[in-house]
Design a protein around this ligand. Structure first.
Ligand SMILES: *[C@@H]1O[C@H](CO)[C@@H](O)[C@H](O)[C@H]1NC(C)=O
Ligand SMILES: *[C@@H]1O[C@H](CO)[C@@H](O)[C@H](O)[C@H]1NC(C)=O
Ligand SMILES: *[C@@H]1O[C@H](CO)[C@@H](O)[C@H](O)[C@H]1NC(C)=O
Ligand SMILES: *[C@@H]1O[C@H](CO)[C@@H](O)[C@H](O)[C@H]1NC(C)=O
Ligand SMILES: *[C@@H]1O[C@H](CO)[C@@H](O)[C@H](O)[C@H]1NC(C)=O
Length: 384
């Protein structure tokens, strides 16, 4: 081992070798950007300019890759209107990013459109009663993963469901660790566990059919809330989900949806889960505003108010999140991903702020919306 490392270091151009291959003891650390909207944007004429290269026009991923990105996250919808975020759309993007050397994270929404804690619609073409729904889900996961393999794409990370704090495939798979607002009873996790296990069985079916096994993620929002995460995963285990069924805890962590989303709470949650489950964890969605001036909505306070809402603040936020994840005990903190940094015509990214992306958008040219890279495109370069 030691000789091997010394040999590597003696080779010229050693910087071309990714740092993680220098030591086999340090697990790979995922630094990702969610670039799901990019193909749609490019087809609509969006282009990206690298401000560190005299405004040279480049692919967005080339600019972000120079900034330290090693992974691309992509959301997949079942049968979306117009095909955006559907299977073929994702095969095209994933192939392109893989060919450029990036690892691929596939984010299943199990819906025809957005799925998050406020909505998890069953796809229009799917049954809604439990058993047929579970069978359909299982076959869909298998078929989708086989399609990626057949297209020559190796998926590194696969999340079964997107932000499933309140379950998925509503109403059948609805679940809640708190008192359920309509029935005033604690929602039963039994259906959700059945459905999630069916999706997981679809991964096994795909592997049996020759697909390279991805790491399987369960993705919940509010990664800072220990009570939520302990109750949620506890309820799944109580309903028969073995802890071996998922490989990685995946969390969202945003600064502007509530002041309890502090670094301290994030650290406590990640470290406690690492102690309890001894399983890898990642923050798979975050972002931080570059501009938040109250022009459209009241300014939401940041959960870390000493970090300014500006371009420098974007990098400070990510640096701090990465350092918290990298300090998780037993080396179990394995990645951080930024959500949709290149979405030039949706810059608020769902926040009440004006702009949380990593490019400055110029709409003056009717044919081409132009994104000028901000210094924060380098956010994944500043850590070890
Ligand atoms: C953004 O631009 C793309 C490409 O022109 C278009 O398809 C899409 O509908 C736009 N989205 C938003 C949020 O305006
Ligand atoms: C790049 O474009 C921006 C926006 O138009 C401009 O402010 C800047 O001066 C340009 N930089 C160079 C080197 O041309
Ligand atoms: C949850 O639902 C399942 C299936 O309907 C049922 O068998 C079980 O008793 C329920 N558990 C609780 C705690 O209500
Ligand atoms: C944390 O999650 C628990 C369980 O869902 C919830 O009851 C509590 O209100 C959450 N805490 C905050 C500060 O939102
Ligand atoms: C823009 O992003 C937000 C953030 O999640 C999303 O809810 C919204 O639907 C997006 N807009 C479009 C047109 O896709």
């Amino acid at each position: 081992m030691l000789f091997k490392n010394i040999w590597f270091l003696a080779v010229p151009f050693v910087s071309a070798i990714p740092a993680h291959s220098l030591s086999r003891d340090v697990p790979f650390f995922y630094k990702g950007h969610d670039l799901s909207s990019l193909k749609m944007l490019e087809e609509g004429g969006c282009i990206y300019k690298d401000t560190t290269r005299n405004n040279e026009t480049r692919l967005a991923e080339a600019i972000l890759g120079d900034g330290g990105m090693n992974t691309v996250r992509l959301r997949i919808w079942v049968n979306p209107v117009g095909g955006t975020y559907g299977l073929q759309y994702n095969l095209d993007l994933a192939k392109r990013f893989q060919d450029e050397g990036y690892k691929i994270y596939l984010d299943f929404h199990f819906a025809d459109s957005w799925a998050d804690p406020t909505k998890q619609p069953i796809p229009a073409g799917w049954p809604s009663s439990l058993d047929p729904l579970a069978s359909t889900l299982r076959a869909y996961v298998k078929d989708t993963l086989v399609s990626f393999q057949e297209a020559g794409i190796i998926l590194d990370l696969v999340a079964l469901g997107n932000e499933i704090r309140h379950g998925m495939l509503w109403p059948t798979g609805y679940a809640d660790v708190d008192v359920e607002p309509w029935t005033k009873t604690v929602a039963n996790f039994s259906n959700l566990a059945t459905l999630w296990k069916a999706a997981r069985a679809g991964v096994d079916d795909a592997v049996f059919a020759g697909v390279t096994k991805p790491q399987v993620l369960i993705h919940i929002d509010d990664g800072w809330n220990l009570t939520l995460q302990q109750r949620w995963f506890g309820a799944m285990v109580d309903n028969g989900l073995p802890t071996t069924a998922w490989d990685v805890f995946a969390f969202s962590f945003y600064p502007f949806y509530g002041t309890a989303a502090t670094f301290s709470n994030l650290r406590t949650t990640l470290n406690t889960l690492a102690e309890e489950y001894r399983k890898p964890l990642q923050v798979v969605e975050t972002d931080y505003p570059a501009i938040c001036n109250g022009q459209y909505n009241p300014i939401p306070p940041s959960s870390e108010p000493e970090i300014p809402y500006d371009v420098a603040g974007q990098t400070i936020w990510i640096d701090d999140v990465i350092s918290i994840v990298q300090q998780v005990p037993f080396g179990l903190g394995r990645g951080v991903m930024y959500w949709e940094p290149a979405w030039l015509n949706n810059t608020s990214l769902g926040s009440d702020c004006n702009d949380a992306i990593l490019f400055s958008a110029d709409y003056a040219n009717a044919e081409h919306t132009i994104g000028y890279s901000r210094t924060s495109v380098n956010m994944f370069n500043t850590q070890s």
